[in-house]
Write a protein that binds this ligand. Structure first.
Ligand code: PDD
Length: 287
C-alpha cells in the first residue's frame, strides 16, 4: 500500500508530498520537529512530546500551528492511512514559505506542517539490544541551544556518518570540560561501578529527551539509584554499563565506547531491566 504524508492540510501520495522551494525549513532550517514512538497502534508519551513541541516552537518565537486536538486528529489519520501499528510518527513545523530573507516573515505567512508515519520492526530493535551498540566520541560541534528540537541537524548527520565509517552506531559529543553532552540523536547514560545510573542534568547543551524522562521514571519505579549530573568520557570508559535513550531506540545498551569495552562487553543488567520495564511505565495512549 502506498504511503501518504500530511502536508499543509492534505494527505499527499509519498512521491508527491512536497513543500514550496522557498519554505524556510528548507532554506534556513527554520523549523522544529518531534518523533513519537508508535507501539501497538498507540502513541508512547504523546503528551510529553506535544508539550516539548510547544516549547521548541516558543523558543524560536513560533506559535503552535493548530490546536493539540487538531494535531492529534491528523496524527491518528496519518497512522490509519499508512496502517502503522509499530513504528514512529514524525511531525515538522516550519515558519512557512516566503521570499528568502533573514528577517522573520509577518504573521500572514502560514506555517508549514508535515506529519508522516513509518513502520519499524520492534524485533529488529530487540535483536540489536541483545548485542548492544558501539559509540564513537567527538567534541560537540553543535550550537549552544541543543535544548531546542530544530531540524538544524547537519552536525549530527556528519558526526553519525563518521561514526558509521568507524563501525559505531551512535556518536557521543563531549563539551569543553571533557564531559559527555549527549548522542547525535539520543541521550547518553552510564551506570557507575557502584551501581548509580547517571545522565547529564538538563541544560542548553542537550535535548530534554522524552525517553530520558520516562526512563528516569522507570528507574525510580524500580528503586534504582539515579543521579542527574555531567559525567566525563573517562568515567564512561570505566563505567559498569552504558546505554542510550531515544523514541526510536527506547533504552539501547552500549557495549563499546571508542576502543574501550564497557563492563563485560555485553549488555548490562540495569540497561536490560530499564528496557524491559520501559513500556510499562511510559504513558501509552490512543489518539
Ligand atoms: N532524536 N538528543 C538528540 C540530539 C536527539 O535528536 C534525540 C531524539 C534525543 C532523544 O530524545 P527523545 O527521547 O525525546 O526521542 C536526544 C530523534 C529520535 C530523531 O531525531 O530521530
Amino acid at each position: 500500500m502506498s504511503r501518504v504524508i500530511y502536508v499543509n492540510g492534505r494527505y499527499q501520495p509519498y512521491a508527491k508530498a512536497a513543500v514550496h522551494a522557498e519554505d524556510r525549513g528548507f532554506q534556513f532550517a527554520d523549523a522544529v520537529y518531534e518523533v513519537i514512538e508508535v507501539s501497538g497502534g498507540k502513541l508512547v508519551d504523546a503528551r510529553r512530546h506535544l508539550e516539548r513541541l510547544a516549547r521548541s516552537l516558543g523558543e524560536i518565537s513560533m506559535p503552535m500551528p493548530m490546536s493539540e486536538g487538531a494535531l492529534r486528529q491528523i496524527m491518528s489519520e496519518t497512522l490509519r492511512r499508512n496502517r502503522v501499528r509499530d513504528g514512529l510518527i514524525y511531525i515538522q513545523v516550519t515558519r512557512g514559505a516566503a521570499p528568502r530573507d533573514f528577517a522573520l516573515p509577518g504573521p500572514d505567512v502560514p506555517q508549514s506542517v508535515i506529519v508522516l508515519a513509518r513502520r519499524q520492526v520492534r524485533a529488529a530493535s530487540d535483536a540489536l539490544a541483545e548485542e548492544g551498540i558501539a559509540i564513537m566520541t567527538m567534541r560537540d560541534p553543535r550550537w549552544a541551544r541543543s535544548d531546542i528540537k530544530t531540524v538544524m541537524l547537519l552536525p549530527a548527520v556528519l558526526a553519525k556518518a563518521e561514526a558509521k565509517r568507524q563501525g559505531a552506531r551512535e556518536v557521543w559529543f563531549t563539551d569543553e570540560n571533557g564531559a559527555v553532552t549527549e548522542g547525535g540523536s539520543s541521550n547518553a547514560w552510564i551506570v557507575t561501578p557502584s551501581g548509580k545510573i547517571v545522565t547529564r542534568a538538563l541544560d542548553n547543551r542537550i535535548l530534554p529527551g522524552i525517553t530520558r524522562a520516562s526512563a528516569m521514571d522507570t528507574a525510580r519505579h524500580l528503586q534504582l539509584q539515579l543521579e542527574e549530573r555531567a559525567f566525563t568520557l573517562k568515567e564512561a570508559y570505566e563505567a559498569a554499563e552504558a546505554f542510550i535513550t531515544s523514541a526510536t531506540n527506547t533504552v539501547m545498551p552500549v557495549v563499546r565506547i571508542d576502543d574501550r569495552l564497557i563492563g563485560s562487553g555485553r549488555p548490562g543488567p540495569v540497561a536490560r531491566q530499564l528496557r524491559h520495564a520501559f513500556h510499562h511505565i511510559a504513558e501509552i495512549s490512543a489518539l
